[in-house]
Design a protein around this ligand. Structure first.
Ligand code: SF4
Length: 322
């Protein structure tokens, strides 16, 4: 029922949403480095894929670069982003005597170690993931060039020609769609029954839980708004998952100003979630924008409880405890 002159809107907040433990650790690493060393602190690549976060850290003295050769000779520390880096990057940093702080998410590092173990055991390694994503670049860069083959699609899995079909292993990007990854793994297992992989896949708890929450909410709402960046893999997947789970319309927005009111149309119910790199303040901004047009009845639908915590990188840790 409309209240006053505004129509009513049922809003279901997906839970969990937004920041994961790896993102919190990465942002805290930059903030802690700024506090310990003073500005500037160099950060290779966006520490997490969120412009608001990056701009906030820039204001505090972080300088973002894509490659180390953009950094002058300096005593300032260099932080590696949550997505992980190829092995060549810490090697180059050592050659240049940089102080480095590795904010790679421990769940990405786990995938790096898996790939290394497979390689040491003489297996040809397949990485299921999206070409060009920094996590994929980082994982492929753990092994010598050519040691890892990237599988992006079911078609890629169907046509891949191994050197030895009985000596294969796979790892996956941490932020894939659960269904897409499962489909590709099924094809690989059918074609190569001896292929070795993780127990299920390497998709992290945060990606899994956020997708699960969206799946529950999507069939109940007229539209889903995903707060997140266009270059954030897990945010893009949340939008896809919402559409596949039966939501008629889904939109990925970085800020409230990105909301497309025309496309959203005359909705009566709305789901809201946020990618793992999107801060809650931006969810609140989006809700405020809806509250200006609608009378909101907000509820939360939870798919999982999260209590995961990752300690800071070691060089920042003892100081952090003080
Ligand atoms: Fe780590 Fe998953 Fe968060 Fe990526 S999305 S930083 S892998 S917890």
């Amino acid at each position: 029922m409309p209240v006053g002159d505004k129509p009513s809107l049922r809003v279901i907040l997906c839970s969990p949403r937004g920041f994961c433990a790896g993102v919190v650790r990465a942002i805290d690493s930059v903030e802690r480095a700024l506090a310990l060393y003073g500005p500037p602190v160099y950060v290779r690549h966006e520490i997490v894929h969120n412009r608001y976060v990056v701009d906030s850290l820039k204001l505090k003295g972080a300088i973002f670069v894509e490659e180390l050769d953009e950094i002058p000779d300096t005593d300032a520390p260099v932080v590696f982003s949550a997505h992980g880096v190829p092995k060549s990057v810490p090697e180059d940093a050592r050659d240049r005597h940089f102080i480095t702080l590795d904010a790679t998410c421990p769940l990405v590092t786990k995938v790096h170690r898996e790939a290394e173990i497979h390689f040491r055991r003489g297996r040809e390694v397949l990485l299921i993931g999206h070409s060009g994503h920094p996590e994929v670049v980082g994982t492929m860069g753990q092994l010598p060039p050519g040691a890892i083959s990237l599988i992006e699609t079911p078609e890629g899995a169907r046509t891949f020609v191994p050197k030895d079909p009985d000596n294969l292993a796979y790892v996956t990007q941490t932020t894939l769609s659960i269904e897409d990854a499962a489909g590709i793994v099924t094809i690989l297992k059918e074609r190569f029954p001896a292929i070795v992989g993780p127990h299920k896949d390497d998709i992290c708890y945060a990606t899994t839980n956020r997708q699960e929450a969206v799946k529950r909410v999507a069939p109940l709402v007229d539209a889903m708004v995903v707060v997140g960046a266009p270059n954030s893999s897990n945010s893009q997947r949340l939008k896809e998952v919402a559409l596949r789970a039966g939501c008629p319309y889904a939109e990925l927005v970085q800020r409230a100003t990105d909301l497309d009111w025309e496309k959203l149309g005359a909705i009566k119910s709305l789901g809201v979630t946020a990618g793992a790199s999107a801060p809650e303040v931006l969810v609140e901004e989006v809700l405020d924008a809806f509250a200006q047009r609608y009378t909101l009845a907000v509820e939360t639908m939870a798919a999982a409880d999260e209590s995961v915590f990752f300690p800071l990188p070691r060089p920042l840790r003892s100081e952090a405890a003080e």
